[in-house]
Design a binder for this molecule. Sequence first.
Ligand SMILES: Cc1cc2nc3c(=O)[nH]c(=O)nc-3n(C[C@H](O)[C@H](O)[C@H](O)COP(=O)(O)O)c2cc1C
Length: 233
Amino acid sequence: MDVYEALYTTRMMRRLRPDPIPLDTQARILDAAVRAPNGGNTQRWHFVAVDDPELKRKFAQLFRQARAIEYDKFQAGQGPMAVPAPGADPAAHAETMRRIKGSGNYLADHFEEVPLLLFVYSIDDLGGANIYPAIWSILLAARAEGVGGVMTMVLRNFEDEVNELLGVPVEQGWKMSAMLTLGYPLGRWGVAANRRPVHEVSSRNQWDAPLGIEVPRPLWPPQDQAEGLAAVG
Ligand SMILES: Cc1cc2nc3c(=O)[nH]c(=O)nc-3n(C[C@H](O)[C@H](O)[C@H](O)COP(=O)(O)O)c2cc1C
């Protein structure tokens, strides 16, 4: 797959088929992930793949509770989802949140059917900087395999319970950075089009100065390939 196709179409896919992801596919995804850059090449990361139905059932209960906590915060105007970026359209943000909540409800309701949960652990991840390249590599490699998923953080509300269920040696400093749900999507891949354009979020030399580039539409796919790859929002 062309690298730009992977970059433009690695959407968060919340509607997944229950079919298992073969181990050789999981191997290719994780082997790509451990090639990611990391400070000092210390590789202080650990990936726990969970496909045991009983464990998934326990995580499903925690996930639904954790999500409720996050949406309570959102309703109260708190938490990372509540406030759009300065200059962004609040109505567009509200609509985006409505759509995320809708597809998030589907994921929460079908959590037990997600074929693979991938818990990503790290030690001292520098505010995420030391682990997000590997997480993004997982999602891009998964995309190349036709596997989709979502990166989630909400289970950090139940960090102790998760660590206990997975037998994490927390005394060594391991912390959960994210949990990815992975599987073969029910829907179509599409371009992540609901983004503010480059020229609205970039400048040159000074914060308020124009970038000197206008990008009114996504530059991939090239126009003749665009048909059939409609944005799925
Ligand atoms: C740090 C982080 C945490 C996220 N947490 C969740 C989550 O808990 N549940 C969820 O459904 N999506 C989660 N997402 C996915 C975002 O909602 C998604 O990337 C965004 O809505 C844009 O959608 P798109 O990537 O499909 O274009 C998270 C993404 C990031 C980077």
